[in-house]
Design a protein around this ligand. Structure first.
Ligand SMILES: C[S@@+](CC[C@H](N)C(=O)[O-])C[C@H]1O[C@@H](n2cnc3c(N)ncnc32)[C@H](O)[C@@H]1O
Length: 243
């Protein structure tokens, strides 16, 4: 599984929303911007503007990859629960598909708030709610349920998205805007993206159900795609707050 390709795909889904929210947050005038949980640098690599960009991740291998994809970013291996920067040094702190993976998302948001200067912005750009995932045709609902269960077994909170607004309020951030990605609703996948979806699905389902059952679901999925009847909707939430 090439995780950078997966993260690039997800960054593609959120590109319009990210550009809009970062502009609202004042990216063009910002001096320092931090991404918490930056992974392989899929988002940092595309950051526009003259701000100095910083990235933090727990995974050293991913950070090494990020240093190739986002060479101008200043990268640090650290835990989002306890970030190694002084208070109030960033104009914008953000995360993208992170909070579902952390043991204490409120603590991470509190850390992001601590590092952001008064009047600065904290953004959670994409947090899915797999608990509300919709699969069509109905025969493929099993696939959705199994992938959601796999996320849980991997340590994620698959329904984090639905809690995002309340987490921002609990962190003491003034909420400016929140909602779900519109792009999610009618996403048509290219053949290459469909192949990537199945690389993720096969990695998710390995060990959960027999290989023959995985291949049966894959054939069902491919047949539905060919007939133009395949639809997957995972509501994905964003929130924008100020300190
Ligand atoms: C789904 S990836 C998203 C990567 C990147 N934000 C993107 O969208 O391309 C989540 C990342 O969060 C990192 N992560 C998980 N828990 C973390 C924590 N407590 N502190 C810092 N990073 C963490 C993982 O190592 C992983 O790289």
């Amino acid at each position: 599984m090439n995780w950078h390709n997966r993260f690039l795909q997800q960054a593609g889904w959120t590109s319009r929303l990210r550009a809009y929210l970062l502009e609202q947050a004042g990216l063009s005038g910002a001096r320092r911007v931090l991404e918490v949980g930056c992974g392989t640098g899929a988002v940092l690599a595309g950051m526009a503007g003259s701000a100095s960009v910083f990235g933090v991740d727990l995974d050293l291998t991913r950070l090494a990859e990020a240093s190739r994809h986002a060479p101008r970013a200043c990268l640090v291996c650290a835990d989002g629960l306890c970030l190694p920067y002084p208070t109030g040094v960033f104009d914008i702190t953000f995360c993208h598909y992170l909070l579902l993976w952390v043991s204490d998302p409120l603590q991470v948001l509190c850390e992001m708030k601590r590092l952001t200067r008064p009047g600065g912005s904290v953004l959670a750009l994409a947090e899915p709610d797999h608990g509300a995932r919709l699969d069509q045709p109905p025969g493929l609902a099993t696939l959705g349920r199994l992938q959601t269960e796999s996320l849980r077994r991997q340590g994620a909170d698959p329904a984090l998205g639905r809690r995002l607004e309340s987490l921002f309020c609990q962190a003491g951030l003034s909420l400016i805007e929140c909602g779900t990605l519109q792009e999610d609703e009618e996403r048509v996948l290219s053949p290459a993206e469909q192949q990537l979806e199945w690389e993720v699905a096969e990695s998710d389902l390995a060990g959960m159900i027999p290989q023959a059952e995985i291949q049966r679901l894959k054939r069902l999925d491919q047949a539905a795609v060919r007939r133009g009847r395949r639809r997957v909707v995972v509501p994905t939430y964003f929130a924008y707050g100020v300190v």
